[in-house]
Ligand binder design. Sequence first.
Ligand SMILES: [Zn+2]
Length: 455
Amino acid sequence: MIERFARHLVTALAISVTAVGCGGEPSVEAPTELVDDEESSSAALSGQCPSNPTTGVNSVLVLRVTNAGVGAPTCSAATISAALQSAAAFYSETSFGRHTLSAAAPVDVSINYGTFGCTDPSALNTIAARADSAATARGFNPANYSRVVYVLKKPSGCTVKGGSASARIFIMGDSTDVSGCHTGRLYAHEYGHTLGLNHASTYAQDYGDASDVMGNIAKYARLNGPHQAALGWSPQSVLPSGTYITTYTLTPLESGGRVLKLGALNYYASFRMATGASAALDAAFTGGVSLHFAEPCSSRPSPTYLETTLWDGADWQAGQVRIRQQRHSATSASITVTSVVPPAQCGIMPANQGLIAGNVLRSCDGRFNLQVQWDGNVVLYRGSTALWAANTNKTTSAIMQADGNFVGYDSGGSPTMATNTASHPGAHLVVQNDGNLVIYGAGGRVLWASGTAGR
Ligand SMILES: [Zn+2]
């Protein structure tokens, strides 16, 4: 459909097109400040559902469980202790000291339980209950801890490396696995579930997001934007609604940077730095802003989804918001955000409303429509016949400004076309039933017209 419009446009331009000036003064009101989400730890405002305390000192009891039916874990107590300390350091770092783990040396316990289905919750709960009893008998009461980690030897044939339920964490990966009882990443991942986090996914893969330990755990990486915001460990700002074009600079989450929630959309922008626990981050995450999608909190937290990573010059759009990454360095990334409130009624575009790429404003009889096309042109159609075009190829938004000027902008915020009707506050644009595109001043005087009435 878009291609068809584009070809029609070429024809239209060859016939005659009303000239539209370029270089209109951009005067779109930009918000002076982001709306700080002071309650970023509030589940209602964040994508995930934090559970268990997200701050404070969290005591962890680690039980190295020898199961007579299967055998002893393949990791020694010292190896387990080192891996858990690695996970503890990870949480201390990614929470900026807000959430710490306090774990004593692993306690060896023995139980008598046969082989088991390693994804069978009832079997795991029975094993946990027996291990708890054995630990209590040794003077370690699990009820006195915020989490209990059970390191088990997995039965043969089991491919699951870990699991968690509420405050219980099961570690079953062998010391020979890429991620097993010897790797802090596995403990950190399962611990993340006890904080209420689901997986860091891509649309194609459950564990596909390599920028978060809740995703690909073959490499360590701190938590992603929506996870950090949900836990209250990174500040979150929410894009204000309205019509504006403005530039924001994001600093890396790793250095305390904020997460930008894209208004009512469930998308989150963040920037990353390959340092500390994120030292192994893929280059895509440090070359541009990461965009994630995360459902609002519900009774069962959903995964986060890595939407894309931007690069300098890249555009992304969802709903009435468009983002262009302007530039980045190791320590910051600048994005220009276009936010447009579309006209609510047929035929008329009042001040401070506009069209973003893909939007259409129809005349009230439905015969004519004004479009900001995906190819960057602004075109007025009768049906599929182009009547007028702005003759641009970079326009991604067209805004009826408060000053009376109707201005097209590219995604970097530079004007691409204008009707040069500024200094008429209160003016509005109309797609008329006679096929004319007209800008009327507040008093009803015609300030500009496409001259396409009756065409
Ligand atoms: Zn998991």
